[in-house]
Design a protein around this ligand. Structure first.
Ligand code: EPU
Length: 320
């Protein structure tokens, strides 16, 4: 336990309704699994966020930032320390600058990626359609370089604002960010505290004016395709594994290993798209881990390919 009674009392007094304790993470993850967070914090404003981060740093209490809880697998034993959810007070999206051939849009970390896509569509701005149907928040998308077959967030990013080592805001230009497939590596010297989970405040995006009817037609096509190919009606964390390569997408490998439809408890490898593990009701994180291991073992045995999770796994390791 990272939080004793004294710490809990202090936090309750300082943060009031913004904080609760022993909060089941199953309520906050799209997979609908996960044990309790010792403390769950939804700051009402940036001042509260900074106060909490400073407190955690000072007392050496672990903290985790969760975006929409969409790309996340929380263990059944739950999370030690403070889980911070930015959704509530960090969801502004606005046009910052308009030029003839480019428009700069800013979005705070708690805004949903889908909301930024809709905003761009409404404003007639090209560049975000690739992310239509991608779950999660802008903060999460920035940290994991969220993407699809049609593009990834790093391709439209101009800059990211982090909370720095001294809780100052710290703007880092895209050129300074080391983005790879579904990953961002932060360097020492960037001003961001890389010894702790980085806190993204928001990002700016470079989009291009385009014909709205064309954008809408493209959007309709992408969303229809997604509905047809993916189990969008059931709780999941989106694609579970990274694609080892474009020739060997994880979904095809798991499918060819004959694992589609495999169930453990209420967890199932989707029979619509094999790179989705869905929760058919009361699945536990343990059930999901079982299927994850099956996929990795079978794909390794048949194709000698290592599958690496795209989802982020957090929480205590025991009882999973
Ligand atoms: N395939 C199978 N069996 C399956 C699933 C897929 O044979 O059960 C085959 C498909 O027929 C296709 C190939 O595998 O030939 C690739 O599948 P798909 O077109 O569905 O794309 P993907 O690589 O599996 C990627 C992203 C998705 C995104 C789609 C569409 C990754 C890991 N996944 O999926 O992103 O929605 O393209 O753009 O990059 C996500 O990140 O959460 C996500 C779902």
């Amino acid at each position: 336990m990272a939080l004793d009674d004294t710490a809990r009392e202090w936090l309750q007094e300082r943060f009031g309704k913004e904080i609760c304790f022993d909060e089941p993470m199953a309520r906050h993850t799209s997979l609908r699994v996960g044990g309790p967070a010792e403390a769950f914090f939804a700051p009402a404003n940036p001042i509260a966020l900074i106060a909490m981060i400073d407190w955690c740093r000072h007392w050496n209490v672990p903290y985790q930032i969760i975006g929409g809880g969409t790309n996340l697998l929380v263990t059944d034993a739950g999370i030690e320390g403070v889980v911070i959810s930015l959704g509530r007070a960090f969801n502004r999206i606005a046009i910052e600058k308009r030029a003839a051939d480019s428009v700069t849009v800013s979005a705070l970390a708690g805004a949903k990626t889908g909301t930024l896509c809709s905003f761009a569509l409404k404003e007639g701005l090209a560049g975000m359609n690739f992310a239509l149907g991608v779950y999660g928040t802008i903060g999460g998308a920035i940290m994991m370089n969220a993407g699809t077959r049609y593009g990834e967030i790093s391709e439209v990013l101009a800059a990211v604002t982090f909370l720095g080592t001294q809780s100052q805001t710290c703007r880092v230009a895209r050129a300074q960010l080391d983005y790879r497939y579904r990953s961002l590596t932060l360097q020492t010297g960037s001003g961001v505290d890389i010894a702790r989970p980085p806190v993204v405040i928001g990002g700016t995006f470079q989009l291009k004016p385009a014909k709205q009817a064309d954008l809408q037609a493209e959007a309709d096509r992408i969303l229809t395709e997604r509905k047809q190919n993916q189990p969008t009606q059931l709780p999941s964390a989106g694609c579970f594994f990274k694609n080892p390569s474009s020739e060997n997408p994880a979904g095809r490998l798991i499918d060819q290993a004959g694992l589609k439809g495999l169930r453990h408890g209420d967890a199932e490898i989707s029979d619509r798209h094999a790179n989705f593990i869905v929760n058919r009701g009361k699945a536990t994180a343990g059930d999901i881990f079982f299927l994850m291991d099956q996929c990795r073992t079978e794909v390794k045995a048949r194709f000698n390919i290592e599958l690496e999770p795209e989802i982020k796994i957090v929480g205590r390791k025991t009882n999973t």
